[in-house]
Design a protein around this ligand. Structure first.
Ligand code: COA
Length: 260
């Protein structure tokens, strides 16, 4: 895949998407969002890919937000369209992807950057990472799901404080908040994420995609997550992976999942 604003690579079942606009601290302009949409979709249907890691180029930033220069003169309608389209093309797509997505937060994750990390299935931070939703300092509010996903992850009070103050928190504080799962030295970040991906890859991709769907159901309005769990649990019994997993266990051997 050839892109202008992102780099993609695939190795041994792990795909890495690197947002590559370091001179703009990897800010998300429209073109980058469209490319990310294409890359995530392509890796999701690639049967070789078992986990996707998303990160930012350089040592300074994961993503320093939506590209402020691009929307500075937008009107009300354009603002609404920007948020709606971005949520559809990237943030909802990532959250609902069948393939696990890990955000490797390698520096500033601000505004749309933190929103992208929060849309990922979980987050690992480098020790220099700084996270925040500074939109109210620009006279706007988070528009890529930040007002919804931040309270889900850190609780309402902390989300209120972070959003109202427009402040940044460091990696250790983010870990204490439950916003990131682990904090590692920057030089070890991608290998650490790949280590987790290797553990994920030992398990059934079909079961994992069903688990993602059931977990996400907990956060969908009007959807009973317990019912989704019952349905997906039942559906799993109809998969080849289930037959393989249970047979391998009973035969005391390692399961070879095909993802079917
Ligand atoms: N949109 C567009 N450009 C951005 C950007 C963004 N969100 N964040 C950084 N950049 C650009 C800067 O304009 C600058 O470009 P230039 O060299 O052409 O002037 C370049 O990236 C480097 O950023 P700079 O501000 O010089 O780096 P810094 O180390 O002084 O500060 C930050 C780093 C992250 C604190 C600062 O860039 C910042 O506050 N960015 C905006 C964060 C934000 O509000 N995001 C939410 C957007 S809704």
């Amino acid at each position: 895949m050839a892109f202008e604003n992102i780099l993609t690579e695939k190795d041994g079942g792990i795909a890495v998407i690197t947002i590559n606009r370091p001179t703009k601290l990897n800010a998300l302009n429209r073109a980058t969002i469209v490319e990310l949409n294409e890359a995530f979709k392509a890796f999701d249907i690639d049967r070789e890919v078992r986990t996707i890691i998303v990160t930012g180029m350089g040592e300074k930033a994961f993503v320093a937000g939506a590209d402020i220069a691009e929307f500075a003169d937008f009107n009300v309608e354009e603002g609404q369209k920007l948020a709606a389209l971005g949520q559809e093309l990237l943030f909802d797509l990532v959250q609902n992807l069948s393939t696990p997505v890990i955000a490797a937060v390698n520096g500033f994750a601000l505004g749309g950057g933190l929103e992208l990390a929060m849309a990922a299935h979980f987050r690992i931070a480098s020790d220099n990472a700084k996270m925040g939703l500074p939109e109210v300092s620009l006279g706007v509010i988070p528009g890529y799901g930040g007002t919804q996903r931040l309270p889900q992850l850190v609780g309402k009070g902390r989300a209120m404080e972070m959003i109202m103050t427009a402040g940044m928190i460091g990696a250790e504080e983010a870990k204490a908040y439950g916003l990131v799962n682990h904090v590692v030295p920057q030089s070890e970040l991608i290998d650490f994420c790949k280590g987790i991906a290797s553990k994920i890859m030992k398990n059934s991709p079909v079961a994992i995609s069903k688990a993602i769907k059931a977990i996400n159901a907990n956060y969908e309005d009007g959807v009973n997550g317990y019912n989704v769990e019952v349905t997906e649990f039942g559906n799993a019994f109809g998969t080849e992976d289930f037959k393989e997993g249970t047979t391998a266990f009973l035969q005391k051997r390692k399961a070879e999942f095909k993802g079917k």
